[in-house]
Design a protein. Structure first.
Length: 96
């Protein structure tokens, strides 16, 4: 199961990278390109990539069991995933 999670997170990284390029090309074609949109797109892409790193931490480290450090890493991963994934969604709503 963990291997499937890693494959899914890697696919999300690739999709995020392609989406970043796609939105840049879209704004260039529509002649609505601006530094603000470019930075918003870049920040959104970075937020989503870090969110999926958090997802990997969430999946890899168990909440119960191995100790206090494992639980802390699990909760940090959960925080990164759920907060930054929402940030990515809001930023891309603004972009389109």
């Amino acid at each position: 199961v963990l291997a499937l999670i890693y494959i899914g997170a890697t696919s999300s990284f690739l999709v995020t990278t392609m989406r970043n390029v796609q939105i840049n090309v879209y704004h260039r074609r529509e002649r609505s390109e601006s530094p603000c949109m470019w930075w918003t797109n870049l920040i959104g892409a970075i937020a989503n990539i870090i969110a999926y790193v958090g997802f990997l931490l969430l999946a890899t480290f168990d909440c119960e069991g191995a100790g206090e450090t494992s639980t802390l890493i699990h909760f940090i991963g959960a925080f990164l995933f759920f907060i930054l994934n929402g940030v990515y969604g809001v930023l891309h709503m603004v972009l389109l």
